[in-house]
Design a protein around this ligand. Structure first.
Ligand code: NAP
Length: 243
């Protein structure tokens, strides 16, 4: 497939929503880098997209390994000299997470390490390349569970899912969105938190009610925003999510 010259990195793109985001970006004519920590899973995922005519290649990337993050940034810099789209998709839940009286300390550390600290490390490493693109787009895969307001609202459909570690990690990710968006105010780079909805994936034992195709749609829309792009938003299908 011929690409339009844009290049995207999707973290955790070997499966789930990330893999589908990569597919939809590829179908839109963007060259996609399949960030995956496992080389075999990453190569298989990239091959599958290439068989559909998408310009996809695996790039080794483990959010808990800073050297792999810096190496990925060096590779993208050498091969492309810029990064048009960064989709921070990789994320985890943890079986030892739960309400505050139950959640294990180790689980909280593991979740924050990947969903917030690792995502920040990737973003920081890629930022110089994103700034070199004509109109960089950073999309953070957040969750409505990261909304402080909805966690305290018994009428919310999300109220029952009080997972301290996971929800706090997405609230922290939202802080990255707000602060980085402010830091980049006046530039052409945008940063947004997008909630994909409750999607059937390994993350939730396939209990979600949306397909990955449906879940990838809004993150892709924000990744492909044009000249009138918004920044610093927290959105889900249907509109803004309360912080
Ligand atoms: P998934 O199917 O479990 O996929 C998660 C991806 O993240 C996998 O590729 C996984 O790689 C990767 N990953 C995890 N830790 C990593 C690390 N340290 N380094 C690199 N990659 C890592 O989950 P999903 O449902 O597609 O979730 C994608 C994103 O959407 C997550 O940020 C999640 O929080 C968010 N989200 C999902 C839902 C939902 O309903 N599914 C709702 C709201 C938000 P491995 O295969 O190697 O484990």
């Amino acid at each position: 497939m011929t690409t339009d010259g844009r290049v995207a990195l999707v973290t955790g793109a070997n499966k789930g929503i990330g893999h589908e985001i990569a597919r939809q970006l590829g179908e839109a004519g963007v060259a996609v880098l399949i960030g995956a920590r496992d080389a075999d899973r990453g190569r298989v995922a990239a091959n599958e997209l290439r068989q559909s005519g998408i310009d996809a290649r695996h790039i080794p990337l483990d959010l808990s390994d800073e050297e792999s993050i810096l190496e990925a940034a060096r590779t993208i810099g050498q091969d492309f000299g810029k990064l048009d789209i960064l989709v921070n998709n990789a994320g985890i839940t943890d079986p030892e997470d739960g309400v505050p009286s139950v959640a294990s300390t180790h689980a909280l550390r593991r979740i924050m390490e990947t969903n917030f600290i690792g995502t920040h490390a990737v973003t920081k490493a890629m930022l110089p390349l994103v700034k070199k693109a004509p109109a960089g787009r950073i999309v953070n895969l957040s969750s409505s569970l990261g909304s402080l307001a909805l966690n305290g609202d018994p009428t919310s459909i999300y109220y029952a899912a009080q997972l301290l570690g996971y929800n706090a990690s997405k609230a922290a990710l939202n802080m990255l969105t707000v602060q980085l968006s402010e830091e980049l105010r006046g530039t052409t780079v945008t940063v947004n938190s997008v909630s994909p909805g409750f999607v059937k994936t390994d993350l939730n034992g396939h209990t979600g009610h949306l397909s990955v195709e449906e879940g990838a749609r809004l993150p892709v829309e924000f990744a492909l925003q044009g000249a009138d792009a918004v920044s610093g938003q927290f959105v889900e299908a249907g509109g803004p999510t309360p912080w």
